[in-house]
Each structure stands twice: as C-alpha cells, then as structure tokens.
Design a binder for this molecule. Structure first.
Ligand code: F6P
Length: 323
C-alpha cells in the first residue's frame, strides 16, 4: 500500500485532529503517503484533497474541531455520489480511506466498502452511541463541558432555591446526560432509555424539595421525549409542582467545541494508529474501536444502523446517589 486518504465526517468531535495526526504519522512511518480530504464526504465528491506531511499535522492535537473540516453529505447516500468519490480516489492512486466519524459517517464507510473499496472507520462521536467501541473520540470532552455547566448552574440554583434543567446533546442516546449527571451530582437524569412523564419528573424534584434540598439539578438528554422544552412548559403550566422555581438551559453545540481532554487525545492517537495498522494487516470494511482497553476491529456490517445500548446499572447508580 502506497497512498491512503483520511477524512472527518459528521458532527465534529474534540480529538478528531489528534486522530488525523495519528493516521498521517503512522502512515508516513510505514512508508505510505497520506492525503487529507476537505469537508468529509462532500470533499471526496468534489475532489478536494491535500497531501499531508508530518509538519502539516503539527500543533493541532490540542485543538477542538477538525482542521480538515467536516460535513453531513446527503449526496454521498446516493450511488452516483459514491461513484464520483471512487473515481476521484482512483484518479489520484489512493488505495484506501480512513473515515473518522460517528454512526451516519460509518454507514457511508460501509456503503463504500460494499462497492469494493478498502475503508476503515475510526469511532468518533460525542454521542458515544457506536457499537464496536466502549468509548468514542470526543465524548469525554463533551461530558466535561456539560459538567462545568452543571457545576456553575448549581451555584445559582443553590443561591436562589431553583431547579435547573440542563439539556445536553447525544441524539437518541442518553450516555452524555447520564455520565454528566452522575459526575455532577444531579438530583435527576432524564434519558431516552428510561422515559419519564413530566408528572414523574416533577414528583421526583418535589421529593428532593421535601427532603430539604435547597436546589435541584436535572440533566436532560436531548433525545428524551420529554426534553427540557417540554418539561419547562409543563412546569410553567403547573406552578408549584416541583416546589422550586424552575429554569432551563440548553447547552447545544457548546459541548462540541472544547479543547480535547487528555483522554480524548490519547484515545484518538491510539485509534488513528490502529486504523493504519488495520489497513496494513489487509483489513477493510471494519470499524476501529477500543474494548477493555484493547484496540479492536469490528465489521462495519455488524454496527451500521445500530445504537450501542446504555448500561442501565449506571442509571440506577444516578438515582441512588440523588437520594
Ligand atoms: O452527533 C453529534 C451531535 O452533536 C448530536 O449530539 C446532535 O444531536 C447532532 O450532532 C447535532 O447535529 P448538527 O451539528 O448537524 O446540528
């Protein structure tokens, strides 16, 4: 193998730069030329690729986002779009592709590998919802951002005897909410994996109030049916339901832009290296992830369209700690 390309796709995740750097430097160490594709699959279709040397990926590991750019690209979901991408790769003599991204992006990897092209995915999403990896690049940083917000809001909540709903990202997965809730000492966590009615949420907050708490922090996953907007609307229509004066903060994209934590940089470095090693071992159509602290590959066919289940023992822990 002489020439490969790397791209970042889908929502940016802190640590993507470290993963690109690892792919480039592992590739060069193995005598392979590495090209970076601009703006995810869109750049593949538009033939926007740049040769990357060791120095081109210097001083980027500590930066959030992705210096290559990322995109969500509906055109890549069409066979014509993918064929155009393959034509550009062939014209440049690029023999394999590394795709750093989450669920949607790895579906793209799978489709491409089904067309006979060697592709290796790297598990990267702040949602941590990918099968095939215990943890994904970016989620540790996102949890820490959520945690900082929770810690700050708790100061105001306690000063004013308020209940705060803090809504965090995660798509249909409650992982970020649950972890930030446990680490932030939340009184409640509302996640899609354990849906609750507004009445149940109000009841639990009121119970905290009745136990003498001077504040209540509720971490809500954006994917919960009763998200922060719905809950705050219910509380407005039912004043007194919680005992506290409730407020809602929706963190949104703030969670994606932080400087990657040490944990995310280390994970990204290991997975990036693992992706090139997988290609050198002749593997393709696989996702590179981490399980029990070992770098592993899983066929993309086994992970696409799935969502990694949440360990609900952690939900029970969150509930018990809140008492
Ligand atoms: O998948 C990462 C993520 O940040 C999700 O948590 C969120 O639901 C989604 O992307 C937001 O997508 P966009 O950045 O396209 O608005």
């Amino acid at each position: 193998m002489q020439r490969i390309a790397v791209l970042t796709s889908g929502g940016d995740a802190p640590g993507m730069n470290a993963a690109i750097r690892a792919v480039v430097r592992t590739g060069i160490a193995a005598g392979i030329e590495v090209y970076g594709v601009r703006n995810g699959y869109a750049g593949l279709i538009a033939d926007e690729m740049i040769y990357l040397d060791r120095r081109d990926v210097g001083n980027i590991m500590q930066l959030g986002g992705t210096f290559l750019g990322s995109a969500r690209c509906p055109e890549f979901m069409t066979i014509e779009g993918r064929q155009r991408a393959l034509d550009h790769l062939a014209a440049r003599g690029i023999e394999a592709l590394v795709v750093i991204g989450g669920n949607g992006s790895q579906t793209g990897s799978y489709e491409l590998s089904q067309m006979g092209y060697p592709v290796v995915g790297v598990a990267s999403t702040i949602d941590n919802d990918l099968e095939g990896s215990d943890i994904t690049i970016g989620v540790d940083t996102a949890i820490n951002v959520a945690l900082e917000a929770i810690d700050r809001l708790k100061v105001t909540a306690a000063s004013h005897r308020r209940a705060f709903l803090v809504e965090v990202m995660g798509r249909k997965c409650g992982y970020v909410a649950l972890m930030a809730g446990i680490a932030g000492g939340a009184e409640m966590v509302v996640i899609p994996e354990r849906e609750m009615s507004p009445e149940q949420v109000a009841h639990q907050i009121k119970a905290a109030y009745d136990r003498g708490k001077n504040h209540a922090m509720v971490v809500v996953a954006e994917g919960a049916v009763n998200n922060a907007k719905k809950l705050i609307d219910y509380f407005a229509a039912n004043p007194g339901a919680t005992g506290f004066s409730p407020r809602a903060t929706i963190l949104g994209h703030v969670q994606r832009g932080a400087l990657p934590t040490a944990s995310d940089r280390l994970l990204a470095s290991r997975l990036g290296e693992g992706a090139v090693r997988a290609l050198l071992d002749g593997k393709s159509g696989v996702l590179v992830g981490i399980r029990d602290d070992q770098i592993v590959t899983t066929p993309l066919a086994e992970i696409v369209g799935k969502q990694k289940p949440l360990d609900l023992r952690l939900f029970d822990l969150a509930q018990m700690m809140a008492q």
